[in-house]
Ligand binder design. Structure first.
Ligand code: SF4
Length: 250
């Protein structure tokens, strides 16, 4: 689940531009370039993240009726700076990069000095192959606390790999509720969207970034395995409209 406000991106092409060369006549020509980008977001106190294009890689964003679920209808990652050409290119590059041999090694090296890592500022685990590689990165970086928000637990074929990730002591997988009214299923969901912070159920941790200009500012609750559910107060005009519609149709 992605609730953060639009933010500034610093993309770090952290590894290996791998030019794939092919000889045409006598002249080598680059036919494909794979670049893996990590993003550093100001909201997350500069913690690195790795992302893919929203919706396109989010199979769990679509409900049984074929429409976007409420939480994804107001997704911040489809608005503002996320529509910039450069931002989209980063996500497009990443979608190719993970398939390369050596991606796991390079991600592990890139996280050598990291303490925290956020998967999917936008996008989701659209492939079991990607999930397996992510697991290896998590397993080989025990010094890093990984936060993985996802909706892929809806699909039974992802259950085993997500369970293996969650079993790692340094990984918190948060299966996002589709709701925008603060509801969630205990024991299933690790996050939900709140219409406003004041109406949060008493047993969930309320993200306080809204009180800190949208910044985590030292909070690391999302990465914390001892905090089962986090409520993110809704923000943004798009999400506000989704909530108004949800309330109107109740
Ligand atoms: S709960 Fe804490 S760590 Fe998570 S997004 Fe909010 S401020 Fe950041």
């Amino acid at each position: 689940m992605h609730t953060e406000a639009a933010r500034h991106f610093y993309t770090i092409p952290n590894w290996s531009t791998i030019p794939w060369m092919v000889a045409i006549s006598s002249k080598p020509v680059i036919i494909q370039t794979m670049i893996n980008h990590l993003s550093k977001t100001s909201k997350l106190d500069g913690i690195l993240s790795w992302s893919l294009q929203a919706i396109e890689t989010c199979a769990g964003s679509v409900g049984p009726d074929g429409k976007l679920v409420p939480a994804c209808s107001g997704c911040y990652a489809t608005t503002g700076c996320y529509n910039f050409k450069g931002t989209k290119q980063v996500r497009s590059d990443n979608k190719q990069a993970w398939k390369a041999d050596g991606w796991v090694d390079t991600m592990v090296a890139a996280l050598a000095k990291a303490k925290y890592f956020r998967w999917f500022d936008s996008g989701d685990i659209y492939s079991l192959g990607l999930a397996e590689k992510m697991y290896l990165v998590m397993q080989r970086t025990p010094h890093v606390k990984h936060w993985l928000p996802t909706r892929m637990a809806k699909f039974s074929k992802f259950k085993a790999i997500l369970d293996r990730m969650q079993a790692l002591p340094n990984v918190m997988v948060r299966f996002s509720s589709d709701a925008v009214d603060g509801t969630y299923t205990k024991g299933v969901h690790g996050s939900t969207i709140l219409p406003n912070a004041d109406e949060a159920p008493s047993d969930i941790f309320v993200c306080g970034a809204y009180q800190r200009n949208g910044k985590c500012d030292g909070c690391r609750a999302c990465y914390d395995k001892t905090i089962p559910v986090i409520g993110y107060p809704a923000h943004g005009r798009k999400m506000a409209k989704v909530i108004r519609l949800a309330v109107a149709t109740h």
